[in-house]
Write a protein of this length. Sequence first.
Length: 432
Amino acid sequence: MTETGQGTTGIMLILTFSEHVLITSGYLALALFVSPLLTVVSLVVLGTIALLFKFVLEPAYEVGDRQAKANERIQEIAQEVTRGLPEVKTFGLAGTMRERFLGYVRLRAASKIRIDRNKKAISNLYSMVTGLVLFGLIYLGFVVSSLSLASLGLFIIAMYRLAPRVSQLANLLYSADGRLPHLVRTFTLIDELEANREPDTDAVEVPSPVETVQFDDVSFAYDDEVVLSEVSLRVARGEFVALAGPSGAGKSTVASLLTRLYEPDSGRIYADGEPIDQMPLADWRDRLTFVRQQPHLFNATLRENITIGDSEATTEEIQWACDIAQIDEFLSELPAGLDTELGKTVSASRAANANASRSHGRSSTMQMYSSSMRQRAISTASLRRGSRRDWKRWITISRYSPSHTGSRRSETPTGSTSSKTGVSSSPAITSG
């Protein structure tokens, strides 16, 4: 918001500058018509002052760039502290983060003061020079020039109106130059947003239900870091597949590509033999449920958090989802039950339960879990408890960390994968 506000001010200054240029041109034309020589002399004097400002004062763009960078760091530090408040308190970083924050606040204030001071210097010096120029023109008009009294009076009036305009133009130009870094950053951000706009098309209709999902030599990299290299994976409806591998092997990336949060660098993903990038994005995502590692709870009731993406869920379906996600174990402790507002004080374990319940409260064809062992245990608990829905129509991609060494049971799946990355080439159903 700060950058866009400063950028908007910069645009307004440029428009105001253009308006003053047009008005100044009129007075300049009148002065040139009456006395070209005296007008040129006046412009030379005022132009010399402008060059003096350029070489003596620090360029407004450099000062504005420091201010823009300080604004960025202030926002970044504020967000870092807000999002990582437990870590900041636990590791005693409050003083360090405060000093960093205040350092950039001081830098921003110093930059703004410097720009305002330079603007005042330009305005006041031009006012003084303008007065001296007018007195000099009156003297030259009487002593040197052969102008009549009427012509001299007209010329003095034109210069009297022209000189302050030149001062205003110099001031506006300096102010606009100081806002230019903010404007550049705003347009750069807009260009990035446009470049990252989610592609959407409706060339192919989304199958209902989806019978198979296939990765065909899919590769993906975050900038220069290759995460997936020529991954091929095929999963059919009714299969439960776990992708296992070390951190950074690309397990969560597979789910992100399947939900089209990213697009593959090469290769393609197919649903029932049709490329998913040719399907309507909203319709395709309506077939998916993706439970991430870090649960995000909205500032709403437990009921609303469970029914996200399926607002028409019945009470019976909500209760079933609570049972599957083990929310029923603490539901009676909540003051208003399902209508309890979930604030920031909700525990991590309960947040994980609420996060997992969303997948069971939504009628999606495929479920994906990028989660810890606890969340994965919640998802597999539904198999032990039984369900009221047709599990055969769900495809689940789970994640677990090989670092957990508890007893595990594995079954060979019917799906098959091949990959040149660290993701396991023979995924299995795994339960703790």
